[in-house]
Design a binder for this molecule. Structure first.
Ligand SMILES: Cc1ncc(COP(=O)(O)O)c(C=O)c1O
Length: 397
């Protein structure tokens, strides 16, 4: 009676984490610190609350799924500024749609890109391994077969595009790329992104770049993105759909606000689907999001905050657990030998909650999986509590 594809989506990251840690309690009397989830704990810019409070009585209007024109314009202006795009390259009404969090856009993208096969092999959805769970959910439900590209230390924590067989590219209908990557914090170079977009065009699949962490970069230059690649190649935004989010940029995951940027054709199809399916964000939220995209001051403060956090983590952990300082994001990806065992010990013996790396992955066909060795540490708390947690971790493991 129910959709058989759902049977493939049984082991979501956070359910597995709850099953591992909820039955046991810390055996130590210390304040628990939760570093397992990527929820930023510092405050969004104050104008967000002011705008929502001002509009507190405005609930009698349906919000449009394609956003307000002010919001679309603020989004188009932001991507144009951020990626130094030629003026007018991004038409706010045809090439932008505000999504209810990039999670929604990432999910819908697979239904837009994938035509399920009627017999014969399924189309492929390529994704890095480890991966953000929405990629697999979206791909499976759209009728694609997920194919995982190892993004390990040996490959610079990015999928190695050169080892993908030609036959795989031919079956590919969607490729999810995450940069800066969750969990490893690796940032794809402009050359890498150009190559990937070239492959998307050669084999006519949709490249979806998940740039949820785009503003959390620690390199001298801003992290390159899919729009840099599209600018460098001719062909407009053909075969690429780029996702940006306010969740980490403005520490406001509660707003559920992101941007999908693509060619007029892709955005029209995404909107066709969303007209039937999407829960648009409230108008008050759209207005607050409009102001967030216009402002960079709070984003610079946020980057400075994470720089301090990373400097502290280097002091506490350098030389241990394969510590490296990522180019982007707010995670540490630590090689602790056995991630699941370490997560359990950290919770019971140090009251620190982290995520076993394997919970974001699938094993390779030969059963191997590097990520079993790792834990992901989300450094989303304040400096003091995060330092206390990392210090406990360094002592214990
Ligand atoms: C890699 C990645 N992509 C997308 C998202 C979803 O972000 P949003 O809050 O915009 O839905 C997350 C959230 O943690 C993420 O880690």
């Amino acid at each position: 009676m129910l959709n058989a594809r759902l049977a493939e989506l049984t082991d979501h990251t956070f359910r597995r984490l709850a099953a591992l840690l909820d039955p046991v309690q810390p055996r130590i009397n210390l304040p628990p610190v939760n570093l397992s989830v990527g929820t930023p704990s510092h405050k969004p810019p104050p104008f967000v609350a002011e705008i929502v409070a001002r509009k507190r009585d405005d609930w009698n209007e349906y919000p449009a799924y394609f956003g307000t024109s002010e919001l679309r314009k603020a989004c188009a202006d932001w991507v144009t500024r951020r990626y130094k795009l030629p003026a007018g390259m991004i038409d706010p009404d045809k090439m932008i749609v505000p999504v209810a969090g990039t999670r929604e856009g990432l999910y819908m993208a697979a239904t837009v890109a994938v035509t399920p096969s009627l017999g014969g092999p399924k189309p492929l959805a390529l994704m890095p391994n480890p991966f953000y769970q929405v990629y697999i959910g979206a791909s499976v439900m759209a009728g694609a077969e997920p194919a995982f590209l190892p993004a390990t230390k040996a490959t610079g924590f990015l999928p190695d595009l050169d080892v993908v067989p030609e036959a795989t590219w031919k079956r590919t209908q969607i490729f999810y790329m995450c940069s800066p990557a969750n969990p490893q914090g690796s940032v794809a170079s402009l050359d890498y992104l150009k190559k990937l977009l070239g492959l998307a065009r050669k084999h006519d699949f949709l490249l979806v770049t998940d740039e949820c962490y785009s503003e959390l970069y620690y390199t001298p230059e801003p992290a390159p993105g899919g729009l840099d690649a599209a600018k460098a190649l001719s062909g407009g935004l053909d075969n690429i759909l780029v996702m940006h989010s306010l969740s980490k940029r403005s520490s406001s995951p509660g707003l559920r606000m992101g941007i999908a940027t693509g060619s007029p054709k892709t955005i029209a199809m995404l909107n066709r689907l969303r007209a039937y399916s999407c829960a648009a964000s409230p108008l008050a939220v759209m207005e607050a999001a409009t102001e967030c995209w216009k402002d960079e001051t709070h984003v610079e403060e946020m980057r400075a905050h994470y720089r301090r956090i990373y400097a502290m983590s280097e002091r506490v952990l350098k030389g241990r657990f394969g510590y490296y300082r990522p180019d982007g994001g707010f995670y540490l990806w630590l090689d602790v030998g056995n991630g699941e065992e370490a997560a359990k010990r950290l919770w019971t013996e140090a009251a620190v909650r982290v995520l076993p790396g394997s919970y974001m992955t699938r094993d390779n066909p030969d059963g191997s999986n590097d990520s079993h060795r790792y834990i992901r540490v989300a450094m989303v708390g304040d400096l003091e509590s995060t330092e206390a947690a990392l210090t406990r971790m360094a002592k214990l493991l």
